[in-house]
Design a binder for this molecule. Structure first.
Ligand SMILES: Nc1ncnc2c1ncn2[C@@H]1O[C@H](COP(=O)(O)OP(=O)(O)OP(=O)(O)O)[C@@H](O)[C@H]1O
Ligand SMILES: [Mg+2]
Length: 291
Protein backbone atom coordinates (compact mmCIF):
# COMPACT_ATOMS: atom_id res chain seq x y z
CA UNK A 1 0.00 0.00 0.00
CA UNK A 2 1.55 3.29 -0.97
CA UNK A 3 1.29 6.53 0.99
CA UNK A 4 -1.48 7.86 -1.14
CA UNK A 5 -3.68 4.80 -0.56
CA UNK A 6 -2.75 4.68 3.09
CA UNK A 7 -4.25 8.05 3.76
CA UNK A 8 -6.79 8.56 1.06
CA UNK A 9 -7.74 5.24 -0.48
CA UNK A 10 -10.47 4.75 2.10
CA UNK A 11 -11.50 8.38 2.28
CA UNK A 12 -11.97 8.56 -1.48
CA UNK A 13 -14.82 6.04 -1.36
CA UNK A 14 -16.82 7.84 1.33
CA UNK A 15 -19.27 10.60 0.58
CA UNK A 16 -17.78 14.04 1.02
CA UNK A 17 -19.64 14.97 4.21
CA UNK A 18 -18.13 11.97 6.01
CA UNK A 19 -14.62 13.20 5.48
CA UNK A 20 -13.00 13.95 8.79
CA UNK A 21 -11.56 17.30 7.96
CA UNK A 22 -9.48 18.89 10.65
CA UNK A 23 -11.23 21.94 12.06
CA UNK A 24 -10.47 25.28 10.47
CA UNK A 25 -7.51 23.88 8.63
CA UNK A 26 -7.74 23.72 4.93
CA UNK A 27 -6.82 20.25 3.73
CA UNK A 28 -3.66 20.44 1.75
CA UNK A 29 -3.58 19.00 -1.72
CA UNK A 30 -2.14 15.56 -2.13
CA UNK A 31 -0.82 15.29 -5.56
CA UNK A 32 0.28 11.83 -6.53
CA UNK A 33 3.55 11.69 -8.30
CA UNK A 34 6.08 9.01 -9.05
CA UNK A 35 9.36 9.71 -7.32
CA UNK A 36 10.30 6.03 -7.02
CA UNK A 37 10.25 3.12 -9.42
CA UNK A 38 7.95 1.26 -7.08
CA UNK A 39 5.31 3.98 -7.13
CA UNK A 40 5.64 4.26 -10.85
CA UNK A 41 4.70 0.62 -11.37
CA UNK A 42 1.69 0.87 -9.07
CA UNK A 43 0.43 4.16 -10.38
CA UNK A 44 -2.78 4.05 -12.37
CA UNK A 45 -3.72 6.97 -14.59
CA UNK A 46 -6.91 7.81 -12.64
CA UNK A 47 -4.89 8.47 -9.48
CA UNK A 48 -3.36 11.46 -11.11
CA UNK A 49 -6.54 13.43 -10.53
CA UNK A 50 -7.49 12.57 -6.99
CA UNK A 51 -10.27 14.77 -5.59
CA UNK A 52 -8.00 16.11 -2.88
CA UNK A 53 -5.61 17.64 -5.38
CA UNK A 54 -6.37 21.28 -5.96
CA UNK A 55 -7.40 22.18 -9.49
CA UNK A 56 -4.17 24.15 -9.78
CA UNK A 57 -2.08 21.11 -8.92
CA UNK A 58 -3.99 18.82 -11.24
CA UNK A 59 -3.39 21.16 -14.13
CA UNK A 60 0.32 21.16 -13.46
CA UNK A 61 0.45 17.41 -12.99
CA UNK A 62 -1.42 16.13 -15.98
CA UNK A 63 -1.52 18.98 -18.47
CA UNK A 64 0.02 18.30 -21.85
CA UNK A 65 2.79 20.70 -22.65
CA UNK A 66 1.96 22.94 -25.59
CA UNK A 67 5.04 25.14 -25.54
CA UNK A 68 8.10 26.09 -23.54
CA UNK A 69 11.23 28.16 -23.54
CA UNK A 70 14.35 28.16 -21.42
CA UNK A 71 14.98 31.15 -19.14
CA UNK A 72 18.36 32.77 -19.60
CA UNK A 73 20.85 33.72 -16.89
CA UNK A 74 19.76 31.18 -14.29
CA UNK A 75 22.07 28.94 -12.30
CA UNK A 76 19.93 25.86 -12.83
CA UNK A 77 18.10 24.97 -16.02
CA UNK A 78 14.73 26.68 -15.77
CA UNK A 79 11.93 26.47 -18.32
CA UNK A 80 8.72 28.42 -18.67
CA UNK A 81 6.09 25.87 -19.76
CA UNK A 82 2.60 26.34 -21.11
CA UNK A 83 0.00 23.57 -20.82
CA UNK A 84 -2.97 22.73 -23.02
CA UNK A 85 -5.58 24.34 -20.74
CA UNK A 86 -3.65 27.58 -20.51
CA UNK A 87 -1.90 26.82 -17.20
CA UNK A 88 1.64 28.14 -16.96
CA UNK A 89 4.48 26.74 -14.93
CA UNK A 90 8.17 26.91 -14.17
CA UNK A 91 9.81 23.54 -14.88
CA UNK A 92 13.13 22.76 -13.21
CA UNK A 93 14.38 19.35 -14.37
CA UNK A 94 16.56 17.27 -12.09
CA UNK A 95 19.10 16.93 -14.88
CA UNK A 96 19.46 20.69 -15.11
CA UNK A 97 20.45 21.16 -11.48
CA UNK A 98 23.84 22.82 -10.96
CA UNK A 99 26.37 22.03 -8.24
CA UNK A 100 26.27 24.82 -5.64
CA UNK A 101 28.76 23.69 -3.01
CA UNK A 102 26.19 23.76 -0.22
CA UNK A 103 24.99 20.91 1.97
CA UNK A 104 22.15 20.31 -0.46
CA UNK A 105 23.02 17.57 -2.90
CA UNK A 106 22.64 18.21 -6.60
CA UNK A 107 19.84 16.10 -8.06
CA UNK A 108 17.59 16.64 -5.04
CA UNK A 109 16.58 20.29 -5.48
CA UNK A 110 13.37 19.45 -7.32
CA UNK A 111 12.18 17.31 -4.41
CA UNK A 112 12.94 20.13 -1.99
CA UNK A 113 10.85 22.50 -4.10
CA UNK A 114 7.91 20.17 -3.57
CA UNK A 115 8.71 19.55 0.12
CA UNK A 116 8.85 23.29 0.80
CA UNK A 117 5.48 23.74 -0.89
CA UNK A 118 3.94 20.96 1.20
CA UNK A 119 5.17 22.56 4.41
CA UNK A 120 3.70 25.88 3.32
CA UNK A 121 0.37 24.26 2.41
CA UNK A 122 0.07 22.32 5.65
CA UNK A 123 0.82 25.38 7.75
CA UNK A 124 -1.47 27.42 5.56
CA UNK A 125 0.77 30.42 4.88
CA UNK A 126 0.06 30.29 1.16
CA UNK A 127 3.39 31.79 0.20
CA UNK A 128 4.70 29.17 -2.22
CA UNK A 129 2.89 28.69 -5.54
CA UNK A 130 1.54 25.14 -6.09
CA UNK A 131 4.50 22.90 -6.86
CA UNK A 132 4.37 19.32 -8.10
CA UNK A 133 6.81 16.71 -9.36
CA UNK A 134 6.27 15.28 -12.77
CA UNK A 135 7.95 14.19 -15.96
CA UNK A 136 7.97 16.30 -19.06
CA UNK A 137 9.29 14.59 -22.14
CA UNK A 138 11.10 11.98 -20.09
CA UNK A 139 12.68 14.49 -17.70
CA UNK A 140 11.64 14.45 -14.06
CA UNK A 141 11.57 17.74 -12.22
CA UNK A 142 9.48 20.24 -10.30
CA UNK A 143 6.73 22.27 -11.89
CA UNK A 144 5.65 25.37 -10.04
CA UNK A 145 2.70 27.51 -11.01
CA UNK A 146 3.93 30.61 -12.78
CA UNK A 147 3.10 33.90 -11.06
CA UNK A 148 2.35 36.37 -13.84
CA UNK A 149 2.99 40.11 -13.68
CA UNK A 150 5.04 39.90 -10.51
CA UNK A 151 8.19 41.84 -9.72
CA UNK A 152 11.13 40.29 -7.95
CA UNK A 153 11.90 41.85 -4.57
CA UNK A 154 15.13 43.16 -6.06
CA UNK A 155 13.11 45.23 -8.52
CA UNK A 156 10.68 46.47 -5.85
CA UNK A 157 10.90 49.88 -4.21
CA UNK A 158 11.44 50.08 -0.47
CA UNK A 159 7.97 51.47 0.29
CA UNK A 160 6.37 48.63 -1.64
CA UNK A 161 8.33 46.20 0.49
CA UNK A 162 7.09 47.96 3.63
CA UNK A 163 3.55 47.13 2.52
CA UNK A 164 4.34 43.43 2.76
CA UNK A 165 6.28 43.57 6.04
CA UNK A 166 3.95 41.24 7.93
CA UNK A 167 3.97 38.77 5.02
CA UNK A 168 7.73 38.97 5.18
CA UNK A 169 7.59 37.80 8.76
CA UNK A 170 5.79 34.67 7.52
CA UNK A 171 8.50 34.14 4.92
CA UNK A 172 11.10 34.36 7.70
CA UNK A 173 9.34 31.67 9.73
CA UNK A 174 8.77 29.49 6.66
CA UNK A 175 12.39 29.82 5.59
CA UNK A 176 13.56 28.95 9.06
CA UNK A 177 11.29 25.89 9.13
CA UNK A 178 12.46 24.68 5.74
CA UNK A 179 16.02 25.96 6.31
CA UNK A 180 16.12 27.79 3.04
CA UNK A 181 19.49 29.43 2.54
CA UNK A 182 18.70 31.13 -0.72
CA UNK A 183 16.04 33.80 -0.18
CA UNK A 184 17.85 36.57 -2.01
CA UNK A 185 16.05 39.37 -3.80
CA UNK A 186 15.34 37.35 -6.93
CA UNK A 187 13.74 34.48 -5.06
CA UNK A 188 10.67 36.24 -3.78
CA UNK A 189 8.15 37.94 -5.94
CA UNK A 190 5.64 40.64 -5.07
CA UNK A 191 2.30 41.15 -6.77
CA UNK A 192 -0.67 43.05 -5.38
CA UNK A 193 0.90 43.31 -1.94
CA UNK A 194 1.34 39.58 -1.75
CA UNK A 195 4.58 37.66 -1.54
CA UNK A 196 5.24 34.59 -3.64
CA UNK A 197 8.20 32.62 -2.34
CA UNK A 198 9.82 30.90 -5.32
CA UNK A 199 13.01 28.88 -5.83
CA UNK A 200 13.00 26.73 -2.71
CA UNK A 201 15.42 24.07 -3.90
CA UNK A 202 18.16 25.07 -1.44
CA UNK A 203 16.12 23.95 1.55
CA UNK A 204 16.30 21.35 4.31
CA UNK A 205 20.12 21.23 4.23
CA UNK A 206 22.10 20.46 7.33
CA UNK A 207 25.58 21.91 7.04
CA UNK A 208 26.44 24.79 9.36
CA UNK A 209 28.48 27.59 7.91
CA UNK A 210 28.75 31.33 7.63
CA UNK A 211 27.35 31.29 4.10
CA UNK A 212 24.15 29.90 5.55
CA UNK A 213 23.44 32.96 7.75
CA UNK A 214 20.01 34.50 7.42
CA UNK A 215 19.69 37.36 4.99
CA UNK A 216 19.67 40.91 6.40
CA UNK A 217 15.97 41.40 5.83
CA UNK A 218 15.22 38.83 8.53
CA UNK A 219 16.89 40.73 11.35
CA UNK A 220 14.00 43.21 11.47
CA UNK A 221 11.85 40.43 12.92
CA UNK A 222 13.90 39.75 16.01
CA UNK A 223 12.08 41.09 19.07
CA UNK A 224 9.09 42.11 16.93
CA UNK A 225 5.77 40.58 18.05
CA UNK A 226 4.40 37.77 15.89
CA UNK A 227 1.58 38.97 13.64
CA UNK A 228 -1.65 37.52 15.07
CA UNK A 229 -2.71 35.91 11.78
CA UNK A 230 0.56 34.05 11.57
CA UNK A 231 0.34 32.96 15.19
CA UNK A 232 -3.17 31.58 14.61
CA UNK A 233 -2.12 29.68 11.51
CA UNK A 234 0.88 28.13 13.16
CA UNK A 235 -1.06 27.14 16.27
CA UNK A 236 -3.70 25.42 14.13
CA UNK A 237 -0.97 23.46 12.43
CA UNK A 238 0.55 22.50 15.78
CA UNK A 239 -2.71 21.08 17.08
CA UNK A 240 -3.42 19.22 13.84
CA UNK A 241 -1.99 15.82 14.79
CA UNK A 242 -3.20 13.97 11.70
CA UNK A 243 -1.83 16.67 9.42
CA UNK A 244 1.58 16.54 11.04
CA UNK A 245 1.66 12.77 10.65
CA UNK A 246 0.74 12.93 6.98
CA UNK A 247 3.23 15.69 6.37
CA UNK A 248 5.99 13.62 7.98
CA UNK A 249 5.28 10.67 5.68
CA UNK A 250 5.13 12.89 2.61
CA UNK A 251 8.40 14.59 3.53
CA UNK A 252 10.06 11.21 4.04
CA UNK A 253 9.39 10.45 0.38
CA UNK A 254 11.25 13.61 -0.60
CA UNK A 255 13.91 14.06 2.09
CA UNK A 256 15.96 11.75 4.26
CA UNK A 257 15.02 10.97 7.85
CA UNK A 258 17.60 13.30 9.36
CA UNK A 259 16.32 16.22 7.31
CA UNK A 260 12.70 15.38 8.11
CA UNK A 261 13.40 15.07 11.84
CA UNK A 262 15.31 18.36 11.76
CA UNK A 263 12.27 20.05 10.24
CA UNK A 264 10.02 18.83 13.05
CA UNK A 265 12.57 19.97 15.65
CA UNK A 266 12.45 23.44 14.14
CA UNK A 267 8.67 23.33 14.38
CA UNK A 268 9.12 22.87 18.14
CA UNK A 269 11.57 25.75 18.34
CA UNK A 270 9.14 28.07 16.57
CA UNK A 271 6.46 26.86 18.96
CA UNK A 272 8.60 27.98 21.89
CA UNK A 273 9.04 31.41 20.39
CA UNK A 274 5.33 31.69 19.79
CA UNK A 275 4.77 31.07 23.47
CA UNK A 276 7.13 33.94 24.21
CA UNK A 277 5.32 36.17 21.68
CA UNK A 278 8.45 37.07 19.73
CA UNK A 279 11.83 35.76 18.67
CA UNK A 280 14.28 36.92 21.33
CA UNK A 281 17.31 38.68 19.90
CA UNK A 282 19.47 36.38 22.00
CA UNK A 283 18.24 33.46 19.89
CA UNK A 284 19.86 34.89 16.81
CA UNK A 285 22.93 32.68 16.97
CA UNK A 286 20.89 29.54 17.40
CA UNK A 287 18.64 30.39 14.51
CA UNK A 288 21.13 30.56 11.71
CA UNK A 289 20.21 28.62 8.66
CA UNK A 290 21.95 25.40 7.97
CA UNK A 291 22.98 24.47 11.51
N1 LIG B 1 6.76 30.45 -9.99
C1 LIG B 1 7.33 31.47 -10.65
N2 LIG B 1 6.57 32.48 -11.12
C2 LIG B 1 7.12 33.51 -11.82
N3 LIG B 1 8.43 33.62 -12.09
C3 LIG B 1 9.24 32.64 -11.64
C4 LIG B 1 8.74 31.52 -10.89
N4 LIG B 1 9.77 30.70 -10.61
C5 LIG B 1 10.86 31.30 -11.14
N5 LIG B 1 10.55 32.45 -11.77
C6 LIG B 1 11.46 33.37 -12.46
O1 LIG B 1 12.55 32.65 -12.97
C7 LIG B 1 13.76 33.08 -12.35
C8 LIG B 1 14.67 31.87 -12.16
O2 LIG B 1 14.00 30.88 -11.41
P1 LIG B 1 14.67 30.26 -10.13
O3 LIG B 1 15.06 31.36 -9.21
O4 LIG B 1 13.76 29.24 -9.57
O5 LIG B 1 15.92 29.55 -10.80
P2 LIG B 1 17.35 29.16 -10.25
O6 LIG B 1 18.24 28.82 -11.38
O7 LIG B 1 17.22 28.09 -9.21
O8 LIG B 1 17.75 30.47 -9.54
P3 LIG B 1 19.06 31.29 -9.52
O9 LIG B 1 19.43 31.55 -10.93
O10 LIG B 1 18.58 32.50 -8.75
O11 LIG B 1 19.98 30.43 -8.75
C9 LIG B 1 13.33 33.77 -11.06
O12 LIG B 1 14.25 34.73 -10.59
C10 LIG B 1 12.02 34.40 -11.50
O13 LIG B 1 12.23 35.61 -12.18
MG1 LIG C 1 16.61 31.89 -8.11
Amino acid sequence: MNLFEKFFGEVAEKPKEELKRPPAQELPPFAPYSPTKENKKEEKPEKKTHPLSTPEEKKLEVGEKTGSFELQGTVNKVFFVKFEDGAEGIFKPKNGEAFTGTSVEKGTYFKRERAAYLVDRFIGFGLIPPTVIREIEGQIGSVQEFVPDAKTAAETLEHEKQAVASEMFKVWILDYLIFNTDRHGYNWLIRNQKIHAIDNGMSFGVRPGSEDEPFDHYFAHFNAPFPQEMKDMFEKFLSWEQGKEILRDLLLELLNKKETDAFFRRVEIVNEFLAQGKIPYAARNGLTFGS
